[in-house]
Structures are given as C-alpha cells and as structure tokens.
Design a protein around this ligand. Structure first.
Ligand code: NAP
Length: 300
C-alpha cells in the first residue's frame, strides 16, 4: 500500500509528488494521457517567477524528472474507479488495483470542444486542439485559431512561425489573455484578426479546406484554412470521483485553498479544483498545499 496515490501527472500532481517524497512518503502518480499535463503543449511560458521563458515541454520534462529522481513511482493508464476500503482507498486502472492511505486528485481539465458540426469527424484531418503538437503539419498553409484567451493567442503566435497565414477568430471584440500575448499577436504580419465572429461551418470532404464565419451582424463569409486549432478553454472531467469528492455546478472539485475535500484522506489540487485563477503557478501552489495536508493527515 502506498502512502499517497496521486491521480494526474500534470504540474499539480507532480509538485505534490515532489513534496510528498521530500516528506518521506511513498508515492504513486497515475497519468492517463502524458506526464507533464496540458502545459507540455504550451509553446512558451513567460510568467513563471524567476524563469523568464521556458517551453512547456521543457518545463514538464524537468518536473517529471525531478519527481522521479526523488523516488516517486509512476504508472501510465486512465483511472476508472476510486473506492474507500478499510483504512485507505483503492484506485482502479484497467484491471489493476492500487491501494493508498491517502489520495490526491490532480485531474486537471480537458480541451473544451467548439461544438460546431463535423468537429469530431475532422479532428486529425485539419481540426486540432494543440498547435505545438500538430502545427508542423501545416507548414506554408493557411490556418485558423479560434478562441480569445492565452491558449488561442499563444497558438496563433506559434503557428505564425510555421504556417503561411493564421486567422485568429474570436467571438467578442476583446481578448481575455495577457496583454503581452495580444500585443505580440497584433505585431505579426501573417496573423489576421476576425473579431466578433464565430465558426459556423467546417468545409472539406475528407479533410478540412475552409471555414464559414459569421459575424455579429449575421453576415457569413468563407475562409480558406487547412488547419483549425480550437483553443476555447478547458473543462473538468471529475464525474468519476463525485461520490468521494463533491463537485460544484461546473464540475470542479469543491475545496478551499487548503485543498481538503469533505472525505478525510482525499485532497484535490490544480485546475480540477474550483478556483478563480488557473495558472501554472496556482497549480504548483495547490500541489504543494495538497501534499503537505496529506502528509499531515497521514501523520495525525
Ligand atoms: P480561457 O482563458 O478560458 O479562454 C477561452 C476562450 O475561448 C475565451 O476567449 C472564450 O470566449 C472562448 N470560447 C469559449 N467557448 C467558446 C465557444 N463555444 N465558441 C467560441 N469561443 C469560445 O482558456 P485558455 O485560453 O485555454 O486559458 C486557460 C487558463 O490558462 C487561463 O488562465 C490562461 O491565462 C492560462 N494559460 C496560460 C498560459 C501561459 O501563461 N503561458 C498559456 C495558456 C493558458 P469569451 O472570452 O467570450 O468567454
């Protein structure tokens, strides 16, 4: 039996592993998609204190290596169940079961879908949710990004260095991302803004060839684009754990800054927790708080 089972190998979960290992606890981190979490696909992180610029991939690799070097064990696989048993908890991954005295849920959030018809059919055929992962396929081509936050601004910046053109489509007139990102976007010659506009149709037989945009006045126009990068935010995926950790109406875990849930022994950390600001800094802060709370609970 492990002292602490951590669900999610993003910045919150891996930071929790670092803190728990340094407190002498045995730790298993379970990850279903890829260690490092969503930040791994961020082109550049420029707002992490004392690190003026780092690629998301480099940051994730360093944090994963740090946790492993401290002795955190890792297991790849999507968790399909969590139950209380005796003095601890049991997590199921495929047919395997892992026992722990405490659990930290650091499940992050998943990409929100745009909700346009044929989005699923054309995913991988022009539609993507990760510019850093898939941008290279669109070298010298016309592309578009949809969204108005930092993810969309950063995706547009990254693509502008690869693609022939990038149209950044946002449903409102103002962006919600950092000013520095917006300023950089506005300076790039091959980025065009399509504000107050929505994607209402995806064109192309077997692969994306263009989009139909509709502006606030209801006017429609076609835009040539072989790549569409959807960056319209994140949403939680915590339903599986709702018996033991209460969710708010948005599906985020209800826990305060102490990262404790209503179930003794279960803690939550990072973007999966109800909070005001979801950033790398707040994710690692949660990881350290949750791990310290879990260690105190184990030593009680
Ligand atoms: P976000 O800030 O929630 O922005 C999502 C954007 O998508 C919003 O502009 C929203 O429009 C738009 N949107 C949502 N649903 C839509 C729909 N159905 N159709 C069209 N547009 C839709 O998400 P994010 O950009 O992924 O950022 C999430 C968090 O991570 C933020 O706190 C961000 O600062 C942080 N982040 C940080 C970095 C970094 O520091 N390097 C990089 C990426 C992200 P409205 O504005 O109209 O709501």
């Amino acid at each position: 039996m492990y002292d602490i089972l951590i669900v999610g190998g993003g910045p919150a979960g891996l930071t929790a592993a670092v803190y728990a290992r340094r407190a002498g606890k045995s730790v298993l981190v379970l990850e279903g998609t890829g260690f490092g979490g969503q930040i791994a696909s961020s082109h550049l992180v420029e707002n992490y204190p004392a690190i003026p610029a780092v690629s998301g991939a480099d940051y994730s690799e360093a944090l994963t290596a740090q946790a492993k070097a401290l002795g955190a064990e890792t297991q790849f696989g999507r968790v399909s169940g969590l139950r209380r048993e005796g003095d601890g908890f049991v997590l199921t991954v495929r047919k395997k079961e892992f026992e722990g005295r405490a659990v930290i849920l650091a499940t992050g959030a998943k990409h929100r879908k745009l909700g346009v018809t044929r989005e699923e059919e054309l995913t991988g055929r022009g539609v993507s949710y990760c510019a850093v992962c898939d941008g290279a396929f669109f070298k010298g081509r016309d592309t578009a990004v949809v969204g108005g936050g930092d993810s969309a601004l950063q995706a547009a910046l990254f693509l502008s260095g690869v693609a022939k053109s990038v149209t950044l489509i946002h449903r409102r007139g103002e962006f919600r991302g950092q000013e520095a990102n917006e300023a950089a976007v506005r300076q790039r010659e091959n980025i065009t803004l399509a504000l107050d506009s929505q994607v209402v149709e995806l064109l192309g037989e077997n692969a994306l060839s263009g989009l139909v945009l509709e502006n606030r006045a209801g006017e429609r126009r076609e835009l040539a684009a072989e790549g569409l990068f959807i960056e319209v935010g994140q949403e939680p995926d915590n339903g599986l754990f709702s018996q033991l950790a209460q969710l708010d109406e948005g599906g985020y875990f209800q826990a305060g800054e102490d990262c404790r849930t209503g179930t003794p022994g279960i803690f939550v950390a990072g973007d999966c927790r109800a909070k005001e600001l979801r950033q790398l800094t707040t994710a690692v802060a949660d990881g350290s708080v949750a791990a310290t709370a879990a260690c105190q609970w184990l030593d009680r």
